[in-house]
Design a protein around this ligand. Structure first.
Ligand code: RIB
Ligand code: CA
Length: 316
């Protein structure tokens, strides 16, 4: 069976890094391109982080293209308080060994998708600016997109405002375009990603891996752990703090859907409002009676997930 062709649209970012590592470790996926987005940090820094990661792994064959530098309509909002000044604080992955492809990111995505007989899957783990621009510039591309699996939004809650999650908040207009695109959507929102935690024992297991990436990834995760927002589940007496692995859910959900609890629902995005900008409106009870357009993840087997991350990183 041929591998699933993947284009990442991402803003590395600590959890974006883990998402890329899961895809690299999978025998079912082939990353045919990485387009960077501005979100966790500026486009320059997220692109540098992507090149550093692949260089550290001695992977120089995957094309990396610098994406659009700001949201479609809104001013750029970054999150140095979460990912640090570099966007990947906590460890240094060393020197860059190759340059990004000098191509228009939207044309790169379009040509990479259209040139193959096989459909391509988009994994979006940052603001959806590049993906939305692709869908607007080239509507015919939808026929060759298998699905879009993205980390973003929430049915209940938010981490940037009480109602909005960071990736959607940064570029709500882009997210609205994706939600209305008609492409098969798989949403890993905060409902599931706040449960997809790596506990201290899991990070210790990653640190103990006797490969190059294990120990340095553990250092990155230790930094990320210190910076992530307080968890809304922490009033659960059995709750154990951990590092929220938001973006890796967008990969794991595609590879192991049986480990997740999902529901197909109607969803859209609020692009304005004093309190509601960037809110993903997910119609959990079908109140609107509209056509269901997004498969939303709500829960996962956390123990399995943590071991899956450890085992995947151990393969690299
Ligand atoms: O809200 C979590 C999301 O924002 C993740 O994609 C993380 O990398 C940040 O971009
Ligand atoms: Ca991200």
């Amino acid at each position: 069976m041929s591998k699933r062709r993947i284009i990442f649209d991402c803003d590395p970012g600590h959890d974006d890094v883990v998402a890329i590592l899961l895809a690299l470790a999978s025998e079912e996926m082939e990353i045919v391109g990485i387009v960077t987005s501005a979100g966790n940090q500026t486009i320059e820094k997220t692109t540098t982080n992507t090149l550093k990661l692949l260089s550290y792994l001695n992977i120089t064959s995957i094309p990396v293209v610098k994406g659009l530098g700001k949201p479609l309509c809104q001013p750029l909002v970054c999150s140095p308080e979460v990912h640090g000044e570099t966007g990947l604080d906590g460890a240094d992955l060393g020197e860059i060994k190759f340059k990004p492809l000098e191509k228009n990111p939207i044309e790169f995505m379009y040509q990479t998708i259209m040139c193959s007989e096989e459909k391509t899957t988009l994994i979006v783990t940052g603001p959806m600016t590049n993906t939305a621009a692709l869908l607007i510039a080239h509507p015919d591309v939808k026929e060759k997109i298998d699905c879009i699996s993205f980390m973003g939004g929430a049915c209940f809650g938010g981490n940037t405002t009480p109602l909005s999650e960071f990736n959607i908040y940064v570029d709500p207009e882009a997210a609205k375009i994706v939600f209305k695109s008609g492409v098969d959507l798989f949403m890993s929102g905060l409902d599931v990603t706040m449960k997809a935690r790596l506990l201290k024992k899991d990070i210790n297991a990653i640190r103990a891996l006797n490969n190059g990436i294990g120990p340095i990834l553990a250092d990155l995760l230790d930094f990320f752990n210190l910076s992530t927002t307080v968890n809304f589940l922490n009033d659960d007496p059995n709750y154990e703090e951990g590092v929220h692995m938001h973006d890796p859910c967008a990969v794991a959900l595609l590879l192991h859907p049986e480990k997740f609890v999902t529901r197909k629902l109607y969803g859209d995005v609020e692009t304005s409002g004093e309190y509601s900008r960037g809110c993903t409106v997910i119609d959990y009870d079908g109140i609107y009676g509209r056509e269901k357009n997004v498969t939303v993840a709500f829960d996962l087997d956390r123990e399995w997930f943590a071991q899956y991350v450890i085992d995947s990183v151990g393969k690299l």
